[in-house]
Design a protein around this ligand. Structure first.
Ligand SMILES: Nc1nc2c(ncn2[C@@H]2O[C@H](COP(=O)(O)OP(=O)(O)OP(=O)(O)O)[C@@H](O)[C@H]2O)c(=O)[nH]1
Ligand SMILES: [Mg+2]
Length: 230
C-alpha cells in the first residue's frame, strides 16, 4: 500500500532536490494552478466520493487552522473553497479539480479537534476523515496543517500517529505565518521539524505558509506537483 502512495523509495522523502529541476517544477506548478481549477463535488459521506480516477492531495488539520484558505491561496482563487471565522465551516469532503484535462484533485476536509461541535458531529467527521485518509487508493499525499501560533497540539499528534500507522505519507504545513514574529516562526519551525523526525510517514521538510500574504505558496504548489507526479 505504501508504494501506491509514493512513500517507499520516494526521492522526495530524502529531502534531495535538483535545483534546476525544482525551478522547472515550480514554473509548471505555477502554470497549472493559474489554469483550470474547478469545484467538483462535496461529499458528506463516503458513499458520495467521486470515482478514484485522479491522484489526490488532501488538506487536513484542526478546525480553523486555515485549510480552505490555503486551497484558495494555492489555486489563486479568492473563495473557491469556503473559509470562515467560525470553526467547523467545512463539514464535507470538498473536491477540486486542477488541470485541463484534469491532472489531479485537491480535497478540502472537515477540521478535527473542534471541541464546541456536538460530540456526534465530531465523531462523524472524525470517522469520515480517518476512513478517507486510510483507504483512499489515489491519495498521493496528505497535508497536515499546523497553526504557526500554536504548534503541534494533541489532536495533531493523534492524526500524525494515525497516518504513520496507516503508512500514509504527509507534509506538515505551518499556516498563518503572518501572525507570528520571524523569531517565533523559526522556533515553531524548529520544534515541528524535530517532531517530524519522530514520525515515520512525515516528510522531513516543513512548509511555512501564509494564505494571507502568499508566503510559501509557490513552494507548496511545486511540492504538490512533485507529490502527484511521483
Ligand atoms: N492572518 C491570516 N489568517 C488566516 C490565514 N489563513 C486562514 N486565516 C483565517 O483563519 C480563519 C479560518 O480559516 P479557514 O480557511 O476557514 O480554516 P479551515 O481550516 O478551513 O476551518 P474549518 O473548515 O472550520 O475546519 C479565517 O478567518 C481565515 O481568514 C493566514 O494565512 N493568515
Ligand atoms: Mg474549511
Amino acid at each position: 500500500m505504501s508504494e501506491d502512495r509514493g512513500l517507499a523509495g520516494d526521492p522526495g522523502l530524502t529531502g534531495h532536490q535538483d535545483p534546476v529541476d525544482s525551478g522547472a517544477l515550480a514554473e509548471e506548478a505555477r502554470r497549472l494552478f493559474s489554469g483550470r481549477v474547478e469545484f467538483l463535488l462535496s461529499a458528506p459521506q463516503l458513499q458520495f466520493l467521486p470515482e478514484p480516477d485522479y491522484p489526490e492531495i488532501a488538506f487536513s488539520g484542526r478546525s480553523n487552522v486555515g485549510k480552505s484558505s490555503l486551497i484558495n491561496a494555492v489555486t489563486g482563487r479568492k473563495a473557491i473553497a469556503r473559509a470562515s471565522v467560525t470553526p467547523g465551516r467545512t463539514q464535507e469532503l470538498n473536491f477540486f479539480e486542477v488541470g485541463d484535462p484534469t491532472r489531479f484533485r485537491l480535497v478540502d476536509m472537515p477540521g478535527y479537534g473542534f471541541a464546541k461541535a456536538p460530540i456526534k458531529v465530531v465523531d462523524r467527521w472524525k470517522a469520515l476523515v480517518r476512513t478517507f485518509l486510510r483507504g483512499r487508493v489515489v491519495l498521493k499525499r496528505t497535508l497536515v496543517l499546523i497553526d504557526s501560533r500554536h504548534g503541534i497540539k494533541p489532536p495533531d499528534a493523534e492524526m500524525m500517529t494515525m497516518l504513520d500507522e496507516a503508512a500514509v505519507g504527509y507534509r506538515l504545513v505551518l499556516t498563518k505565518a503572518d501572525k507570528v514574529k520571524a523569531s517565533e516562526l523559526q522556533a515553531v519551525l524548529a520544534a515541528v521539524t524535530a517532531e517530524a523526525r519522530k514520525h515515520p510517514a512525515a516528510f522531513p521538510v516543513i512548509h511555512a505558509t501564509s494564505a494571507e500574504k502568499g508566503m510559501g505558496i509557490p513552494e507548496l504548489r511545486a511540492a504538490i506537483l512533485e507529490d502527484i507526479t511521483n
